[in-house]
Design a protein around this ligand. Structure first.
Ligand SMILES: CC(C)(COP(=O)(O)OP(=O)(O)OC[C@H]1O[C@@H](n2cnc3c(N)ncnc32)[C@H](O)[C@@H]1OP(=O)(O)O)[C@@H](O)C(=O)NCCC(=O)NCCS
Length: 185
């Protein structure tokens, strides 16, 4: 079971009791505006999502680390952060990072704080050699997190995805293990 602790937060594997909070988050149109593939429209869909996450947390060949962010003091549910293993090689593993939290918590540095803890865990415990993340170019808050983490911009994709009927550009950032060591050492 994963349980990471930061100054203000606990970042942990899911439990069955997360369903109400998780569904509230996954079905929120504003939160999920840029994450249409993940948005759910019924509690059954959200339950499936939670099941996948809990099954993965019990798996010996785990590839998805979807974690709940909670307030350390109050135990309140804040949102989600996770990494998915994209590549497993003798050189190390490559992961993709993703995050989304309830709107009332936006703008308090919570995802930056959570991402630092999770990146650290990936590089120290999961043999990560590279972690990537990306977003729609209009999603300034999300790109700001990548910049605050000192990630390196690797790509800008023009006319890359269709979102809400519009063609959109995307950016992608990376952190290599040696960059993380230099940065956090
Ligand atoms: C994007 C999101 C994850 C940010 O989480 P957060 O905890 O508010 O992020 P942080 O506070 O750590 O950092 C965000 C930074 O972007 C800034 N920011 C937020 N919205 C912004 C905007 N529209 N324009 C410019 N900057 C913005 C914040 O002020 C903050 O910078 P600061 O620390 O210099 O003040 C959150 O808003 C969210 O869940 N959004 C919906 C889901 C989503 O888009 N997920 C990412 C998909 S790729």
């Amino acid at each position: 079971m994963i349980r990471l602790e930061t100054d203000r937060l606990i970042i942990r594997d899911h439990i069955e009791e997360d369903i109400v909070d998780l569904h509230k988050l996954l079905s929120d149109s504003k939160v999920m505006y840029y994450l249409q593939d993940l948005k759910t429209n019924s509690i059954e869909e959200s339950k499936l999502n939670l099941r996948v996450s809990i099954n993965e947390s019990n798996s010996d060949s785990r590839e998805k680390y979807f974690l709940a962010i909670t307030d350390k003091k109050t135990d309140e549910y804040i949102g989600e952060i996770g990494v998915t293993k994209l590549l497993n090689s003798k050189f190390g593993n490559k992961f993709e990072l993703g995050y989304f939290i309830l709107e009332k918590y936006w703008g308090n540095g919570i995802v930056t704080e959570s991402s630092r803890a999770l990146l650290d865990y990936c590089f120290n415990e999961l043999d990560a050699m590279k972690i990537i993340t990306g977003c729609n170019k209009d999603n300034l808050g999300s790109e700001k997190i990548m910049k605050k983490l000192d990630m390196v911009k690797e790509a800008e994709f023009i006319k890359h995805v269709v979102l809400h009927g519009k063609i959109c550009d995307c950016v992608e950032y990376r952190m290599l293990q040696e960059e993380w060591e230099k940065h956090s050492g």
